[in-house]
Design a protein around this ligand. Structure first.
Ligand code: C5P
Length: 224
């Protein structure tokens, strides 16, 4: 059985991948399935936490016992995460949040004409994870005590991960190995969890549930 070490704790988990609308029928999206975030939410419920799951475009059943807030875009994800912050002990940003969005959303479906299409002009989305780190650094309440990010890296995993952890001001950064039948849409994951003030923790290839429990082990240790 799992320890009830998150009893009385309030945690926020984001999952899935954002969609950034181009027009009413088209969007820019990504391949995140939400499986890892949902595994994190289920594990936290099982360990006694009060869980808010911010789910971006996930086709999975709601985890029993979690409060699920459905969102579509990065801006909606940000609003939902900030809204759930009050009283939150930890936030785990497992969602793949788009770095950019189309500058404008066409009110009507963009038509195919004989001419060359217009370029889709992109603007930056806010970095939610970095913003949480800034709130905590600046003592701007509410902010979570423990902040966990995810990163999919393909090369120089440790060096890139370290730099990202520092840049975003998080406590833990779960660095996924992508490719090789891992990460996107698969039940398995393999990761190195970088720890701001400690040694990295290697989680060998295995079910996303196992990685979820290792993450909560590390979070729970920081909440005592
Ligand atoms: O910078 P990168 O996108 O690789 O960082 C990934 C981490 O940052 C994930 O935890 C993701 O949820 C978070 N993120 C965010 N807001 C963004 C982009 C990424 O919170 N706009």
């Amino acid at each position: 059985g799992r320890p009830a070490d998150l009893t009385g704790r309030r945690v926020v988990v984001s999952a899935g991948g954002t969609r950034e609308a181009i027009d009413p029928v088209r969007f820019i999206g990504n391949r995140s399935s939400g499986l890892q975030g949902y595994a994190l939410a289920r594990a936290a419920v099982a360990r006694g936490a009060e869980v808010t799951l911010v789910a971006a475009n996930v086709a999975l059943p709601d985890p029993a016992g979690a409060r699920v807030v459905r969102v579509e875009s990065a801006l909606q994800t940000r609003a939902a995460v900030l809204d759930a912050l009050e009283g939150a002990d930890a936030v785990v940003m497992a969602a793949a949040v788009a770095d950019f969005r189309p500058a404008t959303r066409s009110e009507s479906k963009i038509k195919k004409t004989g001419a060359e299409p217009d370029a889709v002009h992109l603007v930056k989305n806010p970095d939610i994870l970095a913003e949480l780190g800034e709130r905590r650094r600046d003592g701007l309440k509410p902010y979570p005590r423990v902040i966990v990010g995810f990163a999919a890296e393909t090369d120089d995993v440790l060096a890139n991960g370290r730099a990202k952890l520092a840049r975003k001001g998080c406590d833990l950064l779960v660095v996924n190995q992508v490719g090789d039948g891992l990460a996107f849409g698969t039940p398995d994951n393999a990761a190195t969890i970088l720890v701001a003030d400690g040694d990295p923790v290697d989680v060998p290839r295995g079910p996303k549930e196992v990685l979820a429990d290792v993450v909560w082990d590390l979070v729970a240790a920081r909440l005592v």
